[in-house]
Design a protein around this ligand. Structure first.
Ligand code: MG
Length: 386
């Protein structure tokens, strides 16, 4: 008899997390089935993935590419849908057990809300969802008895440290940060940074948006906010330490003063696999860590004066309400503008700060307020750039 395989919908299958998730799934055909694949623009890769992994359905977010995808898959027994409404409704399919939320940025929020409403467990790679609407999402998940398993390596590390400890209280968590490509630099060294320099991450191979966020330390700021909601912590229980080798993926300190760390080579396939297979650990052939290759592991305080985004994120977390949503939207516009050579590296925090000071504060946002705040912030950010 076939053992129960987990049926997975991958939202954002053509991105860095999506493609690595497919690799994990391919290595474990007795454990997983691909139920749905989605992409926004990358029709060619979506078609290739569909032919290889035989999902029940695919969605191309950009509906202008519908005919192209549909024609290519016309002889296959695969349903083809297009448009953002299809991204929301496809997650409601009965056959899905778990949704891997791997879309980039605010765009991942809507389908994740639909997934939770449909009672699907979430493997969460899209940190922006919790940054923007953490209070709403965690409350909804608990009402619907939906589990959210972190994919982000730091949060996976904390989650792994918590296995067997869920009745024990966390005193604080320590998120590790590589420090990015500009660690040790001061503002005057960063004036003329190019996007090619910012896109060269020392340890992790990731998508463009998150790589720039790593260079500005905004990625760590977003992760601080994400951790607050995933593990129900106060901002003063969340510390960040720079650890350039990225071997310790994060730590938990318990009330007896004991610290647990999760470590290994920086390889996103491990946290992806653990989120998909929890509570089981599946065998893998990923490269193993050797202590002899790393005689030194270093730690230092983050430089929040040079990399102001991390301070702005802590600030947004403490203010709460719609402030983290403003932070996120302004950052998405700023990163995009930097990648298109419209603003310099140091203007990224300037732009975010400008938006934070102008968008009206909403203390207890409803779901539609997040969409409104996001829209308003994007318009404002684009006006400031002009
Ligand atoms: Mg991370």
């Amino acid at each position: 008899m076939e053992r129960d395989r987990r049926h997975i919908a991958i939202m954002g299958s053509t991105g860095s997390i999506g493609t690595q998730a497919l690799e994990v799934i391919e290595n474990h055909p007795d454990d997983f089935v691909v139920e749905v694949l989605t992409a926004y623009n990358n029709a060619d890769l979506l078609i290739k993935q569909a032919i290889e992994h035989r999902p029940n359905a695919v969605v191309i977010g950009n509906d202008q590419r519908y005919d192209y995808v549909n024609d290519a898959l016309s002889s296959e027994d695969i349903k083809v849908y297009a448009g953002s409404e299809a991204l929301d409704s496809v997650v409601e399919m009965d056959t899905i057990d778990m949704v891997l939320a791997a879309m980039v940025g605010f765009s991942g929020l809507s389908s994740t809300v639909h997934s939770i409403n449909a009672g699907k467990d979430i493997a969460l790679a899209n940190k922006e969802t919790l940054v923007v609407a953490g209070e709403y999402i965690t409350k909804l998940a608990s009402e619907k008895a939906v589990n959210i398993y972190p994919v982000d390596s730091e949060h996976s590390a904390i989650f792994q440290c918590m296995v067997g400890e869920f009745h024990n209280r966390i005193e604080r968590i320590i998120l590790t940060a590589s420090g990015g490509p500009f660690r040790g630099k001061k503002a005057e060294d960063l004036v003329n940074i190019t996007k090619a320099q910012a896109l060269k991450h020392p340890n992790w191979d990731m998508g463009a948006k998150i790589t720039i966020d790593s260079a500005t330390l905004m990625n760590k700021g977003l992760e601080v906010i994400e951790a607050k909601w995933l593990f129900n912590l106060d901002s003063d229980q969340i510390d960040v330490v720079v650890h350039p080798q990225s071997i310790i993926h994060s730590m938990v300190e318990f009330e007896d003063g004991s610290i647990k760390a999760q470590m290994g080579l920086p390889d996103m396939r491990i946290p992806i696999q653990f989120a998909l297979s929890y509570p089981n650990r599946l065998k893998s052939a990923f490269p193993r860590f050797s202590f002899a290759d790393y005689p030194m592991l270093n730690f230092e305080k983050p430089d929040m004066e040079t990399f102001r985004n991390l301070a702005l994120a802590y600030d947004a977390l403490r203010k709460g309400g719609n402030v983290p949503c403003v932070l996120n939207a302004a950052n998405e516009i700023a990163v995009d503008a930097f990648l298109h050579d419209k603003i310099g590296f140091l203007q990224i925090p300037d732009l975010i700060e400008g938006c934070l000071s102008k968008v009206p504060f909403i203390k207890s946002p409803r779901l539609e307020d997040y969409f409104e705040t996001d829209k308003e912030t994007r318009i404002l950010a684009k006006e400031i750039i002009k």
